[in-house]
Write a protein that binds this ligand. Structure first.
Ligand code: CAO
Length: 444
C-alpha cells in the first residue's frame, strides 16, 4: 500500500533561515528520486534539495521567499509502491558541486568564490558568441567556460544541458541575477522565434560590481515593483510608443474649479484638475473610438469597448498602482473627485483589491501635483494610449495682437503606433485640449 513520507530540509551546514528562491514542483506532481524540489540560497551558494523518494507530491509546505532551516518539512509525498525502502541519504546539492563526480567535489566555496562569476565584469567576448551567429531557430553553441560560471542552481544547469542551452548567454531574472528555469525556457522560446545571434533577443546589460567603486547597499524591489516592472517592460518592448505633446488653456477651467471646490468639499471630495481630465478623456474617447480599443491577440483585429473605465496612476510608497474609475461617463465631476480620493487612499494604504485595478480602457498619469513640463508615459497595455499630465503654469499667450497671461496645462499622449496614426493622435490631443478649454460635456 502507498505510504506517505515527509521530506525535510536536509543538513545544510551551519545555516538557518535560508531563503527558498525557487519551488520547482507543485501539489499532484509526480517526482522521481533525485528530482529537484526547491532551491535554497545561503550567503555562500545556492543548492537544490532533491527528493529522496519517487512518488507524488501530496502537499507542499513551502513557497518562494519562505525561510527554512534544517528539519523543516518541505512536502508530503506519497511514495510510489516500487520505491526503494532503503532510508534515503539526505543531502542538499550545492550548485558548484552538482556537475562533478563525488571524488572531485571541492570544499564548500567561500562567499567570494561562490559569487565570483557575477562579481567580475563580464568581458565583452563572454557576452558575444565566439562562433558564427546561429540562424533563427538554431541554438547558439555552448561556451563551456561561460556555462560553468553562470549563476544557476544545479537543476537549472541540468535543464539547460538537456535542452542544449548555452547558459552563459542567458540573463538571470532571479535574486542576484540568478538564472531560473523560466529564464532558460524564455531563452529557448526567443531562439525558436528567430531571436538567435542578436536578432530578436534583447542585448544584455553588463553586470557591474558596484562595490568595487564605493560603498553600496542591496535592497529587494518592493512587491509592487516586482509585479509592475515586467508589465511596464513588456509594454515598452512590444508596443511601438510615440508621444504627442500639446497644451490646453485651462484658465477658465481653473476659475470653475475654484468655484466648485466648496460644493465638492461639502460632498467630502477634493476637486483637482484630474476629475476634469477624466471627464474630458471620456468625451474625447467617444469622439475617437480607436483610443478606446485594444488590439486582439491575433494582431489583426481591433476590439472596441463600449464602456469607459478610466485608470489613473497613483504613486504609493511601494510603487505605482493604477486603480480604475468604472463607468466614468455615467458619473459627474464631484462623484469622480470623490472616487479619486477613495481609490487614492485605498492605494496608498495598500488596500486595493484586484477588481479595483481591472477593466481599464485608457489611463491617465498625472504628475501635476509634483511639477515638470512634459514626459513620455508608458502605455498600460493592452490599452492603446495613455495621457500624461504635467503641472499647469501661467504663461504669456499671444491673443488678438497682444500677450495675455493664461494658465496652460501640458499634455503628453503616448499611443500605440500599430493602432493609432500620428495624425489621429494630434487630433485627439487637440480635441482634448479644446474640451478642457470649452468645458463642453464636463460640468454636470
Ligand atoms: N497642475 C497644477 N496643479 C495641479 C495639477 C496640475 N496638473 N494637478 C494637481 N494639482 C494640484 C491640485 O489641485 C492640488 O492643489 P490644491 O490642493 O491647491 O487644490 C495639489 O496639486 C495636490 O493634488 P493631489 O495630489 O492631492 O491630487 P491629484 O488629483 O492631482 O492627484 C493622484 C491624485 C493619485 C494622481 C496623485 O496623488 C499621484 O499619485 N500622482 C502621481 C502619479 C504618478 O506617479 N504618475 C507617474 C506614473 S508613470 O511612472
Amino acid at each position: 500500500m502507498a505510504d506517505t513520507k515527509e521530506i525535510k530540509v536536509p543538513d545544510i551546514g551551519d545555516f538557518e533561515n535560508v531563503d527558498v528562491i525557487e519551488v520547482m514542483v507543485g501539489e499532484g506532481d509526480k517526482v522521481e528520486k533525485e528530482t529537484a524540489l526547491i532551491t535554497l540560497e545561503t550567503d555562500k551558494a545556492a543548492m537544490d534539495v532533491p527528493s529522496p523518494y519517487a512518488g507524488t507530491i501530496k502537499s507542499l509546505k513551502v513557497s518562494t521567499d519562505d525561510k527554512v532551516s534544517q528539519g523543516d518539512v518541505i512536502a508530503i509525498v506519497e511514495v510510489a509502491e516500487e520505491a526503494d525502502e532503503e532510508e534515503p541519504q539526505e543531502e542538499a546539492r550545492d550548485e558548484k558541486k552538482a556537475e562533478k563526480p563525488a571524488e572531485e567535489k571541492e570544499p564548500e566555496p567561500k562567499k567570494e568564490e561562490a559569487e565570483e562569476p557575477k562579481k567580475k565584469e563580464a568581458p565583452a567576448e563572454q557576452k558575444q558568441p565566439s562562433h558564427k551567429a546561429p540562424s533563427p531557430g538554431e541554438l547558439p553553441p555552448i561556451d563551456e567556460k561561460a556555462f560553468g560560471q553562470a549563476h544557476a542552481s544545479p537543476s537549472v544547469r541540468k535543464f539547460a544541458r538537456e535542452l542544449g542551452v548555452a547558459l552563459g548567454r542567458v540573463d538571470g531574472s532571479g535574486p542576484k541575477n540568478r538564472i531560473t528555469h523560466d529564464d532558460v525556457k524564455g531563452f529557448v522560446k526567443r531562439m525558436l522565434q528567430g531571436g538567435g545571434g542578436g536578432g530578436g533577443a534583447l542585448p544584455s546589460i553588463p553586470t557591474v560590481d558596484f562595490a568595487k567603486f564605493g560603498e553600496v547597499e542591496r535592497k529587494p524591489l518592493s512587491r509592487i515593483k516586482k509585479i509592475s516592472g515586467p508589465r511596464v517592460h513588456a509594454s515598452w518592448v512590444n508596443l511601438p510608443h510615440v508621444t504627442q505633446h500639446d497644451e490646453a488653456d485651462v484658465t477658465d477651467l481653473e476659475s470653475v474649479r475654484k468655484a466648485l471646490k466648496a460644493e465638492a468639499e461639502a460632498h467630502g471630495a477634493k476637486l483637482t484638475p484630474l476629475a476634469f481630465l477624466i471627464k474630458a478623456c471620456v468625451v474625447a474617447l467617444k469622439e475617437f473610438p480607436d483610443f478606446n480599443s485594444s488590439l486582439d491577440a491575433d494582431g489583426e483585429t481591433l476590439i472596441y469597448k463600449k464602456y469607459f473605465h478610466i485608470g489613473f496612476a497613483v504613486d504609493t510608497e511601494g510603487g505605482l498602482v493604477v486603480p480604475v474609475i468604472r463607468d466614468a461617463d455615467q458619473k459627474n465631476l464631484i462623484e469622480i473627485a470623490a472616487e479619486l480620493g477613495e481609490l487614492g487612499e485605498k492605494a496608498r494604504s495598500g488596500k486595493l483589491n484586484a477588481k479595483d485595478m481591472q477593466g481599464g480602457c485608457f489611463s491617465i498619469s498625472s504628475l501635476g501635483s509634483i511639477g515638470g513640463t512634459y514626459f513620455t508615459p508608458i502605455i498600460n497595455a493592452p490599452e492603446v494610449a495613455i495621457l500624461g499630465v504635467s503641472r499647469s503654469s501661467v504663461k504669456p499667450v499671444f491673443q488678438n495682437g497682444q500677450f495675455v497671461p493664461r494658465t496652460m496645462l501640458p499634455l503628453s499622449l503616448s499611443y500605440d503606433h500599430r493602432v493609432i496614426d500620428g495624425a489621429s493622435a494630434a487630433r485627439f490631443t487637440r480635441f482634448l485640449a479644446e474640451t478642457l478649454e470649452t468645458m463642453k460635456g464636463l460640468i454636470f
